[in-house]
Design a protein around this ligand. Structure first.
Ligand SMILES: Cc1cc2nc3c(=O)[nH]c(=O)nc-3n(C[C@H](O)[C@H](O)[C@H](O)COP(=O)(O)OP(=O)(O)OC[C@H]3O[C@@H](n4cnc5c(N)ncnc54)[C@H](O)[C@@H]3O)c2cc1C
Length: 462
């Protein structure tokens, strides 16, 4: 059997799984099958329709350095044609503020000037002391190396030594402190904590900076962002339609057994035989979930090394509600509430999003976190209510909730495991059991990092 004929099973029809299919196909592997448990593709890119317009329950935006997403756009002949994003800020009492505008914050001018200075220093530090920090994935970081592909459109292979990269295992707050740039957290927090990726005292800097590299953060600051008129799900629907093998929806995988160099997948009661399997679905979910989603370790013939490593994974409890308001209560723009992005205000509304510029009959989506590493999970219903109370405080009360979910979001490991080389151990297992691990945990929980990781996986192993 020629290599290119190998039968490859891909679990998950989200950005990671579908782009794995695309890159495999482009490399001449056409014998792949994508199994998706839901009745739709896109995963956390979920853009339902209300009143003829799509709104976002999951991913919303991209930046110009989303090269893998751009590959998908080119493959499908589509582009980022969505509404321009804009936002404003409120304090926790609902008062509109302009936190970065010196003229509106006379007393804070010294802090703002200091922040500006630290921002410049930080940009320089990242380019020099932390050279190689922004490469997709975490290979070698714990050993003070970088290894992967450059963050440029042509993505040439790069590798080298940089012992300073070991600092990326530290929680971002500590990373900023040792580098004397604490105030840059004021800038990074918006697109990080408000976007559900956790708090800076718990999340390793590696995750924060691989997603929010300096350039990407500046794109957020300048609101130089991409959106898609038909929603981010549309990108993946187009890709699915274009692929030679469309994702098989409603696939319930009961069992995966790996023996004698073959992979046996029991799906909807039928055993199918493959040569290799790529897992883009969750590897491990530490608790029972309301949506019945489980980790790979629950349906695979999981080996001891897989179990040992994957059981270190935690994730964020990130809740989204889609609400309607009365026309007179409709927000005129999206709002960020920085006061609510602290762990003391866990469970409060951090951001609410208004997608279309012109209409007041549109859906507003709200975002809140329900757990910090050191706390118990706040019950879903409690946060749901807190967020609705917060909307009233903001002056934009909801009249109806039309959609809601609590997402399995941003799987990651914490600093001790990151520093102990969790990623290199998992990378060393790639292919060992005819199994490859991809999806959010392997790089970062955004559309591009996951699609890019799939690109690199195909490049490295197929
Ligand atoms: C509220 C929210 C806002 C976000 N905002 C942004 C943003 O603005 N920009 C951005 O780039 N990213 C954003 N993201 C993150 C982005 O959506 C995800 O990082 C990305 O979708 C991850 O892709 P993935 O394929 O790894 O995982 P997923 O999108 O989670 O896809 C995994 C797929 O696997 C399927 N699956 C799970 N278990 C099984 C199983 N046992 N068998 C078969 N299939 C299975 C799932 O149903 C799903 O379709 C956001 C996400 C959310 C929820």
């Amino acid at each position: 059997m020629a290599d290119k004929d190998m039968r490859i099973c891909i679990i998950g029809g989200g950005p990671a799984g579908l782009s794995a299919g695309m890159y495999l196909e482009q490399k001449g592997y056409e014998n792949y099958t994508i199994l998706e448990r839901l009745d739709r593709v896109g995963g956390k890119c979920w853009s339902p329709t209300y009143n003829g317009k799509r709104y976002e329950m999951g991913a919303i935006m991209g930046v110009p350095s989303y090269y893998a997403v751009h590959d998908v756009e080119e493959f499908c002949g589509i582009t980022h044609d969505g509404p321009k994003l804009n936002r404003n800020y409120k304090d926790k009492n609902g008062k509109v503020i302009e936190p970065f505008e010196p003229k509106k914050n006379i007393l804070k001018i010294p802090r703002l000037l200091k922040m500006k200075k630290q921002l410049k220093e930080f940009g320089e530090l990242l380019e020099t002391k932390y050279y190689g920090y922004d490469i997709n994935g975490h290979r070698g970081v714990a050993e003070g190396r970088y290894e992967g592909f450059a963050c440029t459109p042509d993505r040439e292979p790069v590798s080298g030594e940089n012992p300073n990269l070991k600092d990326l295992a530290l929680p971002f707050k500590e990373f900023c402190r040792i580098n004397g740039v604490d105030l840059v957290q004021d800038v990074w927090i918006g697109p990080f904590t408000a976007f559900g990726y956790g708090y800076f005292d718990e999340i390793p800097a590696g995750y924060v900076l691989k997603y929010l590299d300096f350039q990407t953060t500046m794109n957020f600051v300048k609101v130089n962002l991409w959106t898609w008129e038909q929603g981010t799900q549309y990108i993946w629907e187009c890709l699915d339609a274009k692929l030679k093998n469309h994702a098989r929806l409603n696939s319930h995988i009961e069992k995966v057994e790996r023996k004698d160099g073959k992979v046996y997948v029991t799906v909807n009661g039928v055993v199918e035989e493959y040569d290799k399997i790529i897992v883009t679905a969750p590897l491990y979910i530490p608790n029972k979930r309301y949506d019945g989603q489980v980790g790979m370790v629950d349906y695979f013939d999981t080996r001891d090394d897989e179990m040992e490593l994957f059981s270190k994974i935690d994730y964020e409890r990130y809740d989204v509600q889609a609400v309607l308001t009365k026309p007179e209560d409709h927000p005129e723009i999206s709002y960020y509430v920085f006061d609510n992005m602290t762990k003391e205000r866990l469970g409060h509304l951090m951001v609410y999003y208004r997608r279309w510029k012109e209409t007041v009959d549109q859906v507003i989506t709200t975002y809140a976190l329900r757990k910090h590493k050191d706390t118990l999970e706040i019950p879903y219903e409690e946060v749901r209510k807190t967020v609705q109370d917060d909307l009233k405080t903001m002056g934009n009360p909801a009249s109806e909730v039309i959609n809601e979910w609590s997402v399995y979001y941003f799987p990651h490991v914490f600093s001790a495991d990151y520093a102990a080389g969790w990623y290199d151990k998992v990378e060393a297992m790639q292919g060992k059991y005819d199994t490859y691990y991809a999806g959010e945990i392997m790089a970062f929980g955004d559309m591009d990092e996951t699609a890019e990781y799939s690109r690199e996986l195909v490049e490295r192993f197929f």
